[in-house]
Ligand binder design. Sequence first.
Ligand code: NOJ
Ligand code: CA
Length: 678
Amino acid sequence: MRSLLATLLGAALTLAAGSALADPAPIRATSPDGSVAVEVSLDGDGRVAYAVSRRGKAVLAPSHLGFLFTDAPKLDRHLAFAGEERRDFDESWEQPWGEWRTIRNHYRELKVRLRETTALARTFTVAFRIYDDGVGLRYEVPDQTNLHGANIAEELTEFAFAQDGKAWWKPAFLWNREEYLYEETALSALGTADTPVTIRLADGTHVALHEAALVDYSGMAVARSTGTTLRAVLTPGAGRAKVIKSGSWATPWRTLILADDAGGLYMSHLMLNLNEPNRLGDVSWFKPGKFVGVWWNMIKGDWTWARGPKHGATSANVRRYIDFAAANHIPNVLVEGWNIGWDGDWFGNGNAMDFARPTEDFDADALAAYAKAKGVRLIGHNETGGSASHYEAQFDKAFKFAADHGEMVVKTGYVTDAGQIERVDADGTASREWHEGQWMANHYLKVVQAAAKYHVAIDSHEPIKGTGLHRTWPNWVAREGSRGMEYNSWAGKNPPDHEAKLFYTRMLEGPMDFTPGVLSLTGQNGSAILSTEAKQLALYVVLYSPVVMAADTPENYARHMPAFQFIRDVPTDWEESRVLNGEVGHSVTIARKQRGGEDWFLGAIGDETARTTSFKLDFLTPGKRYVAEIYRDAPDADYRTEKRHAMVIEKKVVTGAEAMSLPIAPGGGLAIRFKAAR
Ligand code: NOJ
Ligand code: CA
């Protein structure tokens, strides 16, 4: 009834354009506990907007929706309500690996159907999933006479924040892709930003703006239009349209996580919940675990990927790493530069790369057998140099080679400037694509699917942003997608507050292959890393990935054995995770329970100033005694001096009834293992 009336009313409005007819009543829905509300309204021009509030206070003022097409009139005016659907959903599911085992997916769905009142009469639905900790919305567009697929020039989705605040964001569409330091500005001073954008509104509400389930669509950046209003800006494609769709189609979910504090953003499962369930079934062949590798010496410039006198991936070097891994119960060894193709200028050109042909000084068969005998696996590496089509042509032989050599994980790479991905179609047409464009969104998923057939997991570097697709494809185990440890080798190192920003921004996308654990605290030419030694340990708990590198060399670990013990002990798969305290850009304290075990691990990091972290131990099982193995900054520890190595390692018996208050030095951190007493 309501929808027919709304349609007629909408039509009347168009006919009476300019006259003062009342707008149709807005459509409203709330989250299960009523705290988050969405309201969809139409103005006198038939423009649709949605607004979001939390506990009765506006988060988003009415924000417009719509599309520009390259070959059809825009879709955003002369709309009328044409129906609505509501549904409640509450279900729990289990992650095969992750930061939490069990995830509850509890939302209320509202779908609002809109139809143009003009002769075109195009129709689409805006679907909202409203959670107690945020909202996801997407467009769902049926195949129809006047909208038969779409050539999308731009998406007009707005996010009109109702208050100003502080924003943490990375610039979008610049040459170095996702690898920029975070900007910290007023929301009203935001430029063009990659998502997630993390915002603390003036009233203290924390918001993360991102997207979920980015499939067959281009990645969404946001740009400030006026005041505190942001608008979607889609990543370009090689053609005129940024996105090309056929038949019926839908956008990814545009997501807002809403929380009282910074830690609340991290505790949300909204992004994962807005992805489709596991399509691979049993992935128990993938075992989360740590790795060492022939890597840091190349990042420091002491060894090379290319063949020659300093070639890193020699059989002799790799054997040493296998021995070191086996001796320290580290299950994987990454090897880069093992294959033919690195000798020329591979940056931006991977056409010489052969992903199944080792160099003559790397005896792949013998090393695979040697590793297997020692209970270790090699991790493969496929650097495409951005030549993505060249890689696609080799998928089968690349992943067969990996599987035949006992590799459970392959790290991929797309080292080329933004907008320089090399695409060559079947007919020979060559074009340049963006890492986060529609064609590459499809490419990254093709890699994951091709690898899954061989029981190989993927760790993508220079990736597309994480949007929770590891729920659907749980062999997509990690990605880079921000400035990792490698920047600590080079000039212009990551500043001491970098990881305290990453945690509340990049880490909301899911696992990051950050490669922590450089206990020598030195990069290229002995240059100092801006961190204490204790902080390197803390990063194993703070920055989650199911595959985590111990990035330093065996020789350096031999000089830091007491601290290395924590790296040996820390697991990479968790039953649950709890943020205990923290502020964006300043600090994090997080506790995680080992999956399939009784121990808890705690990591805390700060920024450039000294601080204390205080927390209750009420996450521990009541009545149980634990030995806390504490790795903390010494009183004189400081990332600016040689005292960056100063650390106190101590043991204490504790129970869940206690609390702790421990110091974090400038550039420092804290790592604790709570070992359940037998
Ligand atoms: C950049 C990656 O982030 C790094 O880990 C890798 O070693 C190089 N590319 C070479 O592929
Ligand atoms: Ca990189």
